[in-house]
Design a binder for this molecule. Sequence first.
Ligand code: NAD
Ligand code: GLY
Length: 373
Amino acid sequence: MENQTHITVPVNLGDRSYDILVGHGILDAFGQAFVGRELGNSVAIVTNPTVAALYLDRVQNSLEAEGVRVTVVTMPDGEAYKTLETAGEIYGELIRAGLDRAACVVTLGGGVVGDTAGFVAATYLRGIHFVQGPTTLEAQVDASVGGKTAVDHPLGKNMIGAFHQPRLVYIDTETLFSLPAREVSAGMAEVIKHGLIRDPELVSFLEEYLEAAVRLEIEPDRLDWLIAQNCRIKARVVEADETEEGLREILNYGHTVGHAVEAVSGFDCKHGEAVCLGMLAAGKIALDKGMWGQADFDRQEALLFKLGIWRGVEDLRVNDILEWMGRDKKVRDGVIRFVLPERIGHLVSCDTVTRCEMGAGIQYMQTCSAKGR
Ligand code: NAD
Ligand code: GLY
């Protein structure tokens, strides 16, 4: 990493600790950051054709320049391929390449590649090391950190998975500039989420800079800080509760309704867009329950509206959404659980939301969606 500036965010998890490195223009130094971390000298880079065309050469060359043997595995692009079938195909490539337990998986792409390849790393030969190379905003601020790996099942999102921490997360914020605007805006929903759950100062920052940030019109150092700050927030929660026995649930703010919207829309609605809609619904439920005040509710709404709300949720059937919610991983003993805000920066888990309150939250979300972008 000579001559490269980056921010290091440590994730302290005992013998599963690792660093998150964040900088702009650091992709060519990937190999340098990789070596010296006892990750072997044989890697499988798992990516997809979209990201491969943009960034694979730089990552592969930098690893090979350090004497690392590279096998490239390409999976199809899209949430529809975050499946056991795709995982099975990746296992096949790893076996054919003769990769043993000393090998390391390197993910290069968004959350779909990261979750799928992370799951492969968690299960191949009962678990090998992996490194996250996230290239979407969603993956840089959320999916690559914390060790949740999974594939979807036709009956539910992320239903098959494992906790498996990466050994390094390597973030070049310049990769964000090739993202379609819609992807940046979807990822920014997770940034807002992190502010709402843990960091009132980040919320104030976003109230000033969100419009510029969503257009990526902020200075490179400030963008690096924004990504690193989100990683810090998530890392601190994961350090306190790695396997979601309690506190980590707050990271699921907006997910109870969001995951259902994502699935019922046939994944037309992107994950971040669904989280944005889910936070609108959860915010309304908390308001109706008297858990938080109108002023905080209005601040959340104003921020989320700046992202542009996904249009289409008004066409989805409320009963379909409710049915999917009933199958979510967060359901315990048949009770649908919500993460709800008490104030900006403080959320709690709640299992006393009535069907009527859920309906009102979903209806409000549909009204927001009808107003749309
Ligand atoms: P994605 O991985 O589908 O990426 C979005 C699109 O952007 C894809 O077409 C991809 O090929 C393309 N792309 C990626 N990087 C690019 C770049 N730099 N330039 C141009 N195009 C690029 O979607 P996502 O939003 O990154 O991730 C969503 C997934 O992440 C969901 O499956 C969600 O469940 C998961 N997720 C997981 C966690 C976790 O903790 N594990 C957290 C949040 C989300
Ligand atoms: N995205 C939720 C979590 O990592 O716990």
